[in-house]
Design a protein around this ligand. Structure first.
Ligand code: FE2
Length: 413
């Protein structure tokens, strides 16, 4: 049997050596010493072969806009939201498309082949939604772009936002979003969670809320999200993004909360680069780092993936689309430095978010022929070095190659 593409001599994230044979856009075989012919044979040279990187939380309508129209001086979430409101009035649909495509190219070069992006539906022009729907079409077949109808200015706080969420879903946006901690009152926040979950259940969709992105330990919308997930039958289809207030909650309350999240099978998506940047800004010392309780969520059996969230936008001046940067920061902030924990952190930017997005990614027969060859020898080595992605394969086609930079040592010692 002749395959379309055969990648030989790779090392998988679990440390096993294998060849990977691909045909018709799917992985056909993963085993050592495949001898069948293939139209193209590539030698991995003992380097790490990984499932694609997946970013489960991003804002593609705002990316690459840093400094427009001004810089976030306080570094807070709230000033970022005000700044984004100013930018929304100034940008065209074409601006958003151009910036998003530029970002997609950078991310694909880093081995990212799927992104869940929230898209602001409170932009009355609907430029944001129409732009990202266009981008989703243009990158289809190379990058899976899943869109979340996100009422940035509040489901109830922003007039007409609830109708705009529905309008965005009708236009083809995939997932129901929300931001309960930004509503005017805790009661409005709880009502927004209920409305989002009911809408998702009615339409058979997933729901992914910006939930408790706050240092306020009494911001407890995750409790309502878990409860509503059970009531609406959304187990496994609901996600709480950020969950930063859990960092500051009382341990006794968290001991009750964690089993509820597990029972509801609500996924958690912390965003380490952004959470430690935006949170703790009103603290003196010690300053809270603001990331949710990742090891405790994992120990409770919750599905947890790391997201990028922002790259060069009103909330964050840096970022590169490299999910290894995200995992590198995440494992530091979460104290995940044992070998097993670091391998888990690698999964949290590859296999785990693919599961949350419902993607058929993985390095087993029957999975899509999408993978990344890295200039590293193990998952931990990749986290340490964040090396070049030598080869990025999407649906059986090579879509990006990177030649690693080399250093010529001229010192004499
Ligand atoms: Fe976000």
């Amino acid at each position: 049997m002749a395959f379309d593409l055969l990648l030989k001599n790779g090392v998988l994230p679990d440390g096993c050596r294998a060849d990977i044979a691909m045909s018709d856009g799917f992985i056909q075989a993963v085993e050592p010493g495949i001898t069948a012919e293939a139209a193209e044979v590539i030698d991995a040279g003992g380097k790490l072969v990984s499932p694609p990187f997946v970013d489960a939380h991003f804002h593609m309508d705002a990316t690459q806009s840093y400094g427009q129209p001004r810089v976030n001086q306080s570094g807070t979430l709230l000033e970022g939201i005000v700044l984004w409101s100013e930018l929304k009035q100034l940008q065209s649909r074409e601006d958003i498309v151009a910036r998003a495509l530029k970002y997609c190219r950078e991310a694909i070069g880093k081995g990212v082949l799927a992104i869940r992006s929230h898209v602001d539906v409170t932009d009355e022009s609907f430029n944001t939604v129409e732009a990202l729907l266009e981008v989703r079409d243009r990158v289809r077949g190379v990058l899976d772009l899943q869109l979340v109808a996100f009422p940035q200015d509040g489901w109830f706080r922003s007039e007409g936002a609830d109708a705009n969420v529905v309008r965005a879903l009708d236009a083809g946006v995939d997932v129901v979003g929300g931001i309960p901690h930004f509503e005017r009152t805790m009661a409005d926040g709880a009502a927004a969670v209920r409305a989002a979950c009911e809408l998702a259940a009615d339409r058979g969709l997933m729901v992914d809320l910006h939930c408790d992105e706050s240092d306020d330990p009494l911001s407890r919308h995750i409790e309502t999200l878990a409860s509503e997930t059970i009531r609406c039958g959304l187990q496994g289809r609901a996600t709480g993004s950020h969950l930063t207030s859990m960092h500051s909650m009382d341990n006794y309350y968290v001991a009750k909360l964690l089993p509820l999240i597990t029972e509801a099978r609500v996924n958690a998506i912390p965003n380490p680069l952004i959470n430690i940047t935006l949170q703790g800004r009103m603290d003196s010392y010690p300053k809270r780092r603001g990331m949710t309780r990742v090891p405790e969520l994992l120990a409770a059996g919750v599905t947890v993936a790391f997201g990028q969230d922002c790259v060069q936008d009103p909330w964050y001046p840096l970022g590169s689309g490299d999910m290894l940067d995200v995992a590198h920061m995440g494992l530091h902030v979460a104290h995940m430095t044992s070998p097993d924990a670091m391998r888990t952190a690698f999964d949290m930017v590859t296999r785990t978010p693919a599961g949350i997005l419902g993607l058929n990614f993985g390095l087993e027969p029957g999975k899509r022929a999408s993978l990344v060859l890295l200039d590293a020898t193990s998952a931990i080595d990749a986290l340490r070095l964040r090396p070049a992605r030598l080869l990025v394969v999407s649906n059986g086609c090579v879509v990006a190659r990177t030649t690693p930079s080399t250093t010529e040592m001229t010192a004499d010692f």
